[in-house]
Design a protein around this ligand. Structure first.
Ligand code: SF4
Length: 144
């Protein structure tokens, strides 16, 4: 039996479609992050990016996200290992660390809703950046 691409290829060898399909749609990387300037410690909040569709936790303007949100990081095989704030369930991070995908990943389960059932998705947990005063962001820090 042929091994699936996410087991047989490195991140750098994947096609654009294969690379995009690795995203499980959890939405955890599309929230406002707070960073301590002295220690570099990063906290995730329950505040979704202004472009995030809170119903689907997918970007509402994926093609223009970098133009519209200057801080939006474009993931690549070259930078994923440096992005320590990415959740430890993220498929890109898992593969970059030589770990397998979880069985709730849609590429294995065949069902995008398995991410929600496994409690990994932030769908239903977020408020929009559009509705939060920047001075109140610290009140929205969440534990992993
Ligand atoms: S954390 Fe990873 S899997 Fe989740 S939405 Fe972001 S890129 Fe996709």
């Amino acid at each position: 039996m042929t091994r699936p691409f996410y087991e047989s290829k490195s991140l750098a060898e994947m096609s654009k479609d294969e690379w995009e399909s690795l995203c499980d749609g959890c939405g955890k990387c599309c929230v406002v992050l707070l960073q301590n300037a002295d220690t570099d410690q990063v906290w995730r909040t329950n505040v979704g990016c202004k472009l995030l569709d809170l119903k689907t936790v997918r970007c509402s303007d994926y093609g223009a996200r970098h133009a519209k949100v200057p801080g939006c990081v474009k993931l690549s095989p070259d930078n994923i290992s440096d992005l320590h704030w990415m959740p430890d369930t993220c498929a890109y991070r898992l593969l970059a660390e030589g770990k397998p995908l979880f069985d709730w990943h849609p590429l294995i389960s065949g069902d995008p809703e398995s991410v929600v059932r496994a409690g990994i998705s932030v769908r239903g947990d977020l408020v929009s950046e559009r509705d939060v005063d920047p001075d109140d962001l610290e009140d929205h820090i969440v534990e992993d």
